[in-house]
Write a protein that binds this ligand. Sequence first.
Ligand SMILES: C[S@@+](CC[C@H](N)C(=O)[O-])C[C@H]1O[C@@H](n2cnc3c(N)ncnc32)[C@H](O)[C@@H]1O
Length: 255
Amino acid sequence: MTGTAAPPRYDRIGHGYASTRREDPRLRERILAALGGARSVVNVGAGTGSYEPRDREVIAIEPSRVMTAQRPPAAAPAVRAMAQGLPLADDSVDAAMAVLSLHHWDEHQEQGVRELRRVATGPVVLLTCDPEVSGAMWLMADYLPEVADLDRVTFPTMEQLAAWLGGRTQVEAIPVPRDTPDWTLMSFWAHPERVLDAAARQATSGFARMPSAVVERVMAAVRRDLADGTWDARHGALRRLDAYDAGLRLLRNTL
Ligand SMILES: C[S@@+](CC[C@H](N)C(=O)[O-])C[C@H]1O[C@@H](n2cnc3c(N)ncnc32)[C@H](O)[C@@H]1O
């Protein structure tokens, strides 16, 4: 595996991921539609196998043993490699996908995105986040500006991604349903109580990457604001919505 000697980030923060980060069938349909008729697909940052096609040839690329250990037995075996050095020849698969992964590629983001384009003849499909939109969500805006700040430097803009990929890029906003089984940090828009749930917090890299003093400060503030009605006075209208644009974006690139 290429990269630094440091252990993969998800060997530290990926424990228990599969219990709260289950794939959302509606999002799955959109990702599969974006892959079109591709018969062979490389899934980079494949993690526990969410959103991976089950009826096509799949090459799963995943650096973390903690994540690969949580893949279902029927899923494609994961290849231990990283986005920035895909062990694949040029134009060797029909499509490439990376779902909520590229913000973990650190200084290798551009190289990783170019690798996806290099190996696929057809669409490159990225699920990512627009940090300007996610930063306006109550959690980041009122309680957790540290994550908004980190997101602004770790998520490339859609324009940047399109420039790295070349060709034609379409970007779709994906509202996050209230009842999504994939408890990303963006899913917290509808569930302030999740801030007080250790398993829910831990399975989001936003919380998992924060120092414990920050996490404890946010928990105390949300607990207080839920108990005295402050949260509902400010954001109670959200409790009546079925879905909300918390920043999730589906990007599809073709040459
Ligand atoms: C938030 S998880 C998403 C996993 C899965 N795609 C999903 O949707 O549930 C991010 C994944 O990206 C992987 N990852 C981190 N850095 C990577 C890199 N440089 N190359 C490839 N994958 C990486 C992590 O190990 C982790 O499994």
